[in-house]
Design a protein around this ligand. Structure first.
Ligand code: SR1
Ligand code: MG
Length: 420
């Protein structure tokens, strides 16, 4: 297939049969392969293909935003950025991404490992399931991918080449610039919120100068801060888990951006799950232990990320930034250690700001999250959402005031109990 064509079951079987590595993996005759479309995301087609021997997942980009329709065109090349990011992430965080078997740039199609019995982390959070490996694995993914794709680890030339490779992913960045950082704070035709219960919050956010300025400072950072290769959409729907394994999927929004955007996405989505528990528990307080598990995981994600990132930095032979040749004396080494602390504190504040912005967009913008959407009673949902908005605003405007993630947990508890 040379010219792009969106596939359906029969066309897909024929296309996959022509790819030796996939044909052999699936086994048997292509006419016997069982194919079903399972995509429930906002953008793409996703198929599970089961053969006699094994199964694969096929992800194909559509030339438009699936959630909205053909009126919103979107470049197929996002598939190339996803493939490039998956390849690079796998080098730095082996075992934490799906294995890629085949990529077809013209068809915007990636054939990859079918992860089972994994579930989307977000669905597990809705059901109240604990995943013991989650925080450690995600902290490892974040530290390894963010540190090793930054100029702290490599040469300036390598960093610039990476910036150049991912810079054309502008359409996907524009989605984030509009949907995360802009539309929730203004009247925009695609905005949605739980009406009429959140009308007052929506209006208040549109008039909140301090919040809008803080959100725009984050947007500027998102647009210009070329720190590392970021996943770009690392919410809990982009993480697949079992009790023993964690994988990060779907990096089509990848580009060289601010590290805190990825760390903040994970923490912001955990906080959304925390506030959504009130909509899922059978009786008030029935999910209190699970609420605490979520907050504990958010704290662990940050602390383990922090420690791993620091360890990588201390051990690295050094990139072109902070060359080791400048820091030979004991005084130099002490100054460098202080500088690492300053860097990580700034990253912590970015993380909180981005976490808050990601929470707000999922409640007042176009694309919502199942954690909250699955709460059928709109009044009950709005109560959860209003609490999430309250903490999110604090994170965006007041990141500097939080001493650590435990402090954020305390603020979340206070909001949850109606004491803030
Ligand atoms: C129009 S796309 C909406 C959202 O879906 C993706 O998962 C990203 O989060 C994007 O912002
Ligand atoms: Mg996605």
């Amino acid at each position: 297939m040379a010219t792009y064509a969106a596939v359906d079951g029969s066309r897909l079987a024929g296309a996959l049969a022509e790819i030796a590595v996939v044909r052999e993996r699936l086994g048997g005759e292509s006419s016997g392969w069982r194919i079903r479309e399972v995509g429930d995301g906002n953008l793409n087609l996703v198929f599970i293909v089961e053969g006699d021997k094994d199964s694969v997942v096929v992800k194909q980009a559509l030339p438009y935003v699936r959630l909205v329709g053909e009126s919103w065109p979107l470049p197929l090349e996002r598939s190339w950025f996803e493939y490039s990011a998956l390849t690079e992430q796998a080098r730095h965080a082996p075992g934490l991404t799906p294995e890629v078997f085949h990529f077809d740039r013209a068809q915007a199609m990636i054939v990859m490992e079918y992860l089972r019995p994994h579930v989307i982390m977000r669905k597990g959070l809705i059901r109240g399931i604990e995943y013991p490996r989650f925080a450690g694995d995600i902290a490892e993914f974040l530290a390894a991918t963010l540190f090793n794709t930054s100029a702290l680890a490599g040469t300036a030339a390598t960093h610039k080449a990476r910036v150049e490779l991912f810079a054309p992913n502008t359409a996907l960045c524009k989605i984030t610039e509009d949907l995360v950082f802009t539309d929730p704070y203004r009247e925009a035709p695609l905005n949605r919120w739980t009406r009429p219960w959140l009308d007052a919050e929506k209006q208040a956010f549109e008039r909140d100068s301090a919040l809008k300025v803080a959100a725009q400072a984050l947007k500027l950072k998102f647009m210009t801060s070329a720190e590392a290769l970021i996943h770009g959409d690392l919410h809990t729907g982009s993480i697949m888990v079992t009790g023993e394994d964690t994988r990060v999927i779907d990096p089509e929004f990848a580009f060289i951006g601010p590290m805190g955007f990825d760390v903040g996405a994970v923490i912001g989505n955990l906080l959304l799950a925390y506030f959504a528990q009130g909509g899922h528990e059978a009786a008030p307080s029935a999910r209190d232990a699970y609420r605490e598990w979520i907050l504990g995981e958010a704290e662990k994600v940050w602390s383990e990320f922090h420690d791993r990132f620091l360890a990588l930095w201390r051990a690295a032979p050094s990139g072109d930034a902070y060359p080791a040749s400048l820091f030979a004396s004991d005084d130099d080494r002490a100054a460098m250690e202080k500088e690492r602390g300053r860097f990580l504190r700034a990253l912590f504040e970015d993380t909180l700001g981005f976490a808050g912005a990601k929470m707000i967009r999922r409640i007042l913008g176009l694309a919502h999250v199942e954690d909250l959407e699955a709460i059928a009673d709109p009044e009950r949902r709005a109560r959860c959402e209003a609490k999430a908005l309250r903490l999110a605003r604090e994170l965006v405007v007041g990141a500097r005031g939080f001493s650590g993630l435990a402090d954020v947990s305390g603020a979340a508890r206070a909001v949850e109990r109606g004491k803030s």
